[in-house]
Write a protein that binds this ligand. Structure first.
Ligand code: ADP
Ligand code: ZN
Ligand code: ZN
Length: 758
């Protein structure tokens, strides 16, 4: 033991771990433990990643760690292994990869365990609730009900016996944060009336080995599975719970995938395991969380997403780490959530691009890592989608995954009717064809709701001069500025530049006009055409926080708004049963792109938009406006549905040797000048020498939008026949790239399995 050396990962861009000796007279911290170490002139927090017998460095010169931050590891062995795998696969420094897995406050040394804020009903509160109070404060009532639900739910039976008093039980504030936005004011008012009390309770760490005590009982109300749901559940449950298997759950929107997730979750929880649910950034609506929370009323739940404050994120992470939260629902980075007894991973809308980190240094795919994590743990993983990615369909076709299909809509709704509208043969006003306007009229008259999809926010994408041909450019980007007429501003969607809307052309003084349309303008046009009809808009300008999203969704779901105009945001899993018509204003953007994934994205969007229509009892109608009604992609989609499209698109990928029939990585760089960017990429290419058999280097090529925020962007693309060739090459090449003098003058990053090529 005398010569025990600890390898410690530290959050630096250096591709190495650092050797330390254990602290004097203390035990040796196991891998995964946070430790305080001297590092240069500073003291930093690192993570022990392994032990070894001896160091390549002279041992008496090795420093000792100062102390372990906690007595137990922060990352358990399987999670540490996952992160090491990911750092390796994405060729990213381990220290930075590990840092990604921890909330900021945990990286900075916050304790693993904390006292937890809880609220509970008093006897007076219970009596008031029973008496139907408070009558005129619905939010206060909702808080009382939530507290009653929790404390008197099934959990109570198991736990009160042990703890003796209900006072230590209660509902965690963090849970209320997740499920009842704005609950705190109501809770304060209730406390003033003596109906609720606030307390704290120490978090305890459940032993991963021992199944949790509180087995959730069968939830009160759940629908009997449909035949297809039943078949899917039987297939999954027929396998050993303790062995890896990957499933694709392919079901159209409304076919009942979420119901399958809920059943599988119920099973895993009953077996004493915990469950991780990954959802796309925008899909994480209180609706979905609410559905899980309602179904598993007694089960502590943690929600992890990018909108949390540092404190809330730490709190949620702690509840996962302690084993207390048995159910974790989160976006991309939740793939690294610590869950001691993880027994099932669910990835909803697996095709969604937000699962891939596309910025910064560590560009991982949470969807792909879900498979790796499940494999490492020997547990099942389910990827669900109405429009699976071509990669996943290929995996299913080649046997790496088993595909399960939910062909019909669960609640007996009929599939929507899709129709193309030829824009060349129609009168079009402000982007809306006459046929679309007539159809909207018809559906409104029949008490339906209408969804209008346009993939552009703002009023209009261009401001142009009526005389000299000037268009408003962004000074910092190769892009036009978007017109915001209500705010009377011009804004750049690429760099955020924002300035006053000019009234005249700055070069010739003539009048300016807007060209094209965004959501704001479509909303205005519809308001003119349908006076008195309430319209809701959903795009990133309207919705900056999740409670704003919830407010818009409520206006639509509650029937107050009859027309919903929106971007991509409207396509993500929200349930609007009364929408009977969906209109797609500009399908053509994806048809002729240079990006090989554009067609796939368009098809997914069209199918997802279509899925918003006719979810209730009525069949829906979907109108797709296009100038290319004969385009083979649109035809295959209309004639054969997503499966036909996917088969065709996969065949094209095979012929062109694009993923999944090849492996890509992109070396991306940016600098203030094009010369600097390109000279780095040129040097990187030169230093590669002659690439190995089966690998091509393409470029450097400037990005389609080369100048963004006053920086020039370009990339070098690596195109390999298979994964081994690619990674062997990267292992050898990246360290060389890193030492190039040109590398110091640019920002660069490697993107393995890039989603977007520019
Ligand atoms: P998806 O996740 O595939 O969009 P959901 O699980 O949300 O589908 O189901 C769509 C609708 O059908 C929901 O309102 C849900 O409550 C209902 N539903 C799902 N499964 C069943 C079932 N077996 N019986 C009756 N209704 C169901
Ligand atoms: Zn002009
Ligand atoms: Zn700009």
């Amino acid at each position: 033991m005398e010569s025990m050396i600890l390898e410690v990962a530290i959050d630096t861009p250096l591709r190495q771990v650092f050797d330390y000796r254990p602290a004097d007279g203390e035990g040796v911290p196991v891998p995964g433990t946070r430790v305080l170490v001297p590092f240069g002139r500073r003291q930093v927090i690192g993570i022990v990643v392994s032990h070894k017998e001896r160091s390549e460095h002279s041992e008496d010169r090795l420093k000792r760690i100062l102390r372990a931050i906690d007595p137990q590891p922060t990352l358990d062995a399987p999670l540490l292994k996952l992160l090491r795998w990911a750092a390796d696969y994405y060729h990213h420094p381990l220290g930075e990869a590990l840092a990604t897995a921890l909330p900021k406050l945990a990286r900075e040394g916050a304790a693993l365990l904390a006292a937890v804020e809880v609220w509970h009903l008093t006897d007076a509160g219970r009596a008031a609730l029973a008496a139907g109070e408070p009558r005129r404060a619905p939010r206060q009532r909702a808080v009382l009900e939530a507290l009653q639900h929790r404390t008197e739910g099934p959990e109570r039976a198991g736990t009160t016996a042990v703890l003796g008093t209900e006072a230590v039980l209660g509902t965690e504030a963090a849970l209320l944060d997740d499920t009842l936005p704005g609950w705190r004011d109501a809770a304060r008012a209730l406390r003033d009336r003596g109906w609720v009390e606030r307390g704290t309770r120490g978090a305890t760490r459940a032993s991963p080995a021992a199944p949790a005590t509180a087995v959730p009982p069968a939830p009160p109300r759940r629908p009997a599975p449909t035949a297809a749901q039943q078949a899917a559940l039987e297939a999954i449950c027929a396998r050993d719970r303790d062995s890896y298997h990957a499933w694709l759950l392919h079901g159209v929107t409304g076919s009942g995938k979420t119901e399958v997730y809920l059943r599988l979750t119920e099973d895993a929880l009953a077996a004493g395991r915990s469950v991780l649910v990954l959802v796309p950034e925008i899909g994480l609506t209180p609706q979905l969380v609410g559905r899980f929370a309602a179904r598993f009323a007694g089960v502590p739940l943690a929600v992890l997403h990018s909108g949390l404050t540092d404190g809330a994120r730490l709190a949620a992470w702690r509840r996962a780490h302690s084993g207390e939260a048995r159910l974790v629902i989160g976006t991309r980075s939740a793939i690294f959530a610590p869950l001691p007894a993880l027994g099932l991973i669910l990835v909803d809308e697996e095709h969604d691009a937000s699962f891939k980190q596309q910025e910064g240094g560590f560009r991982y795919s949470a969807r792909d890592l879900a498979l790796v994590r499940a494999q490492g743990l020997g547990i099942p993983v389910v990827l669900g989608s109405a429009t699976p990615s071509l990669e996943t369909l290929h995996n299913a076709a080649t046997g790496r995954m088993t595909r399960l299909t939910l062909p019909e809509r669960a609640a007996a709704a009929r599939p929507p009717l899709l129709r193309l509208i030829d824009l060349r043969a129609e009168r079009v006003h402000a982007g809306l064809a006459t046929t679309s306007v007539t159809a909207i009229e018809r559906h409104l008259a029949a008490d339906g709701q209408v969804l209008v999809y346009i993939n552009r926010r703002g009023y209009a994408p261009t401001l142009a001069c009526t005389a000299c041909g000037w268009v408003a450019p962004c000074a910092s980007c190769d892009a036009r500025m978007t017109v915001y007429r209500n705010a009377s501003r011009l804004r750049c969607h690429h760099c955020g530049a924002d300035r006053e809307l000019p009234r005249q052309c700055p070069t010739c003084g003539y009048a300016v006009k807007t060209v094209g349309q965004g959501t704001e303008r479509v909303e205005e046009t519809l308001a003119e055409s349908f006076p008195g009809v309430a319209i809701a808009r959903l795009d990133r300008d309207v919705v900056r926080r999740s409670d704003q999203l919830e407010a818009v969704l409520e206006r639509v779901a509650g029937g107050e708004a009859r027309i919903l105009v929106g971007t991509q945001m409207v396509t993500k899993g929200h349930d609007f049963p009364a929408v009977t018509l969906a209109v797609v204003l500009n399908a053509d953007q994806g048809l002729f792109s240079t990006d090989f994934r554009a067609a796939e994205r368009l098809a997914q969007t069209l199918v997802q938009v279509a899925g918003r229509s006719g979810r209730g009892a009525q069949a829906g109608e979907v109108l797709i406006q296009t100038e290319h009604p004969e385009h083979p992609l649109l035809r295959s989609l209309l004639d054969g549905g997503y499966d036909a499209f996917a088969a065709r698109a996969l065949e094209e990928r095979r012929e062109a040797a694009w993923p999944p029939f090849a492996r890509l990585a992109a070396l991306r760089a940016s600098a203030p000048s094009a010369e600097t960017t390109l000279s780095f990429l040129d040097a990187a290419r030169r230093i590669a020498g002659r690439p190995p058999q089966g690998l091509r280097l393409l470029g450097p090529a400037p990005a389609a939008l080369a100048r963004r925020a006053d920086r020039h962007h370009a990339q070098l693309l690596l195109d390999a026949a298979d994964r081994t060739v690619l990674h062997r090459f990267l292992d050898h090449w990246l360290p060389l790239v890193e030492t190039l003098p040109e590398a110091r003058r640019v920002r660069w990053a490697l993107d393995v399995d890039p989603l977007e090529l520019f």
